[in-house]
Design a protein around this ligand. Structure first.
Ligand code: NAD
Ligand code: UD1
Length: 335
């Protein structure tokens, strides 16, 4: 079975390639390297001891995609390629609509032409907007608070329209909660070039003394200690969820959305404290104003993914903190 992974050198894509290869799938990666490095391909080979094909190119480029589909007999696609920075999507919405929507529509057109109708799509818990209650079920109403989220919601709609027009499609929409951590080898992980927006990469840079102090955005939320609560999921668990989704779409037609989270909510302070404890390192922090658009708490009801996909997470918050820091330390040594 040959799986095309768009955005396969990115953070979640690279971990998913490793899990796919280790589960016996052949993997073909395409990525335009707009937010990842070519070295990741070698790292994937190093971890798995297997070959992986890599094509540098853009999913918006139809002739490029046609070339790949003509050359490789693709059985299914996992579509990670896209931009993901919420703040940037607010300041530059057209960049997000152009890249995320065009790349998906072009990919779907080419898949249709080549009669490859099996797709796993990376959506996000952001499509639940401000949930009215917790934990979040897949049946909750959908809404968004920023252009990035809107691209995900629009694409979910496009995929449903596509399936309604042709029931030969088989599509799994995966709504990720907050992926953190890295592969145990320390060879692949999340490595933002700029100052990170998200919590774990920021903590890692403070612990590594690359940044001075973590700003905790508010301690007056309606949560256990006043800081924001999220459902952090180890990226390797998340990657394994894609194998479950691939198995599902290879075996039956249909379209469905699944939450990929653990069902546990941790506050910012709990994460900071766990990180300090397991890594025996100091993380300086101060409480600052709330970040605009943040919600008090967000965590998944993971029971539907468990029932329909057999998806279960294995790693806890300690592993997530150890593996994130291990990757950062190793990366620093190697560069
Ligand atoms: P990432 O930026 O590390 O990976 C995305 C990859 O896609 C990058 O390697 C980038 O170079 C590539 N890419 C972007 N546009 C492309 C295009 N037009 N053609 C070819 N390649 C292109 O991001 P990630 O964290 O691995 O996220 C993967 C997917 O999961 C994204 O769609 C993202 O929106 C979604 N997602 C991520 C999170 C998260 O917290 N990381 C949460 C929910 C959903
Ligand atoms: C982010 C995305 C969201 C996506 C989700 C899952 C933003 C604004 N939102 O959400 O679209 O669906 O990831 O991947 O990027 N925090 C601090 N200090 C920091 C950074 C974060 O206190 O420097 C706090 C936040 O207020 C929040 C928690 O840490 O309570 C997690 O923040 P973050 O990692 O950015 O993820 P989300 O906001 O949940």
């Amino acid at each position: 079975m040959k799986i095309l992974v768009t955005g396969g050198t990115g953070y979640i894509g690279s971990h998913t390639c490793v899990e796919l290869i280790e589960s016996g799938y052949e993997v073909v990666i395409i990525d335009n390297l707009s937010n990842s490095k070519i070295e990741v391909v070698e790292r994937i080979k190093e971890i798995t001891g297997k070959d992986v094909k890599f094509y540098e190119g853009d999913c918006i480029d139809k002739s490029f995609l046609i070339k790949i589909f003509s050359k490789e007999k693709i059985d299914a696609v996992i579509h990670f390629a896209g931009f993901k920075a919420v703040g940037e999507s607010v300041s530059n919405p057209l960049k997000y609509y152009r890249n995320n929507l065009d790349s998906t529509i072009t990919l779907l057109e080419v898949m249709n032409e080549f009669n490859c109708k099996k797709l796993v799509f990376s959506s996000s818990a952001t499509v639940y907007g401000k949930p009215k209650s917790l934990p979040i079920k897949e049946t909750f109403p959908l809404s968004t608070t920023n252009p990035y989220g809107t691209t995900k919601l629009i694409i979910e709609g496009i995929l449903r329209d596509l399936y309604n027009s042709d029931n030969n499609w088989s599509i799994a929409i995966l709504r990720y909660f907050n992926p953190i951590g890295a592969h145990k080898s320390g060879l692949i992980g999340e490595n933002p070039n700029d100052i990170p927006n998200n919590l774990m990469p920021y903590i890692v840079k403070v612990a590594s003394k690359e940044l001075e102090c973590l700003n905790i955005f508010g301690n007056d939320y309606n949560t256990k200690d006043g800081t924001g609560v999220r459902d952090y999921i180890h990226v390797v668990d998340l990657a394994k969820g894609h194998i479950k989704a691939i198995e599902k779409i290879l075996n039956e037609n249909g379209i469905d959305a699944y939450n990929l989270g653990t069902g546990n909510g941790y506050s910012v302070l709990e994460i900071v404290n766990a990180f300090q404890k397991v890594n025996n390192v100091k993380v300086n922090y101060k409480i600052v104003e709330r970040r605009k658009g943040d919600i008090d708490a967000c965590y998944a009801d993971p029971s539907y993914a468990k029932e329909k996909l057999g998806f279960k997470t294995k790693y806890g918050i300690e592993d997530m903190c150890i593996d994130a820091y291990n990757f950062a330390k190793k990366f620093k040594e190697d560069n």
